[in-house]
Design a protein around this ligand. Structure first.
Ligand SMILES: [Zn+2]
Ligand SMILES: [Zn+2]
Length: 121
């Protein structure tokens, strides 16, 4: 290994990758196809988990004005503090659990009626 510096090694790796690009691409594609089904399942599961967490959260808090807590679908998050995005946007954007919870912490739970009233004031 005479004269091979770290730089050369880096260059070599780059060249190696370039030369075998197609191979790596194919390999990745295959891996992707093999895994896409389970990945999708996993994503679906995660989404369900988040949904469940949010529904439970809403129901356990209830509307902070009238106390309504019958149906999670009729309960909204209303931002009190600075708003990064709405909670439903956060779910679509696939926020991590920590970030999502941080955003939820800025909100109060309101039922649809009280929420509308509040924004109508
Ligand atoms: Zn209410
Ligand atoms: Zn609101």
């Amino acid at each position: 290994m005479v004269g091979i510096t770290l730089f050369d090694k880096k260059e070599y790796m780059k060249k190696h990758y370039q030369e075998h690009k197609e191979y790596y691409k194919e390999k990745h594609k295959k891996w992707f196809q093999d895994n896409i089904k389970s990945a999708r399942e996993h994503q679906k599961q995660q989404r369900e988990q988040i949904k469940q967490y949010i529904n439970n959260y809403k129901l356990s808090r209830g509307c902070s004005v009238c106390g309504y807590n019958k149906c999670a679908a009729a309960l909204d998050f209303h931002h009190n503090g600075d708003k990064e995005c709405t909670i439903s946007q956060a779910i679509v954007k696939k926020y991590g659990e920590k970030r999502l919870k941080k955003e939820i912490d800025k909100c109060i739970v309101l039922c649809a009626n009280c929420h509308r009233e509040l924004h109508n004031k």
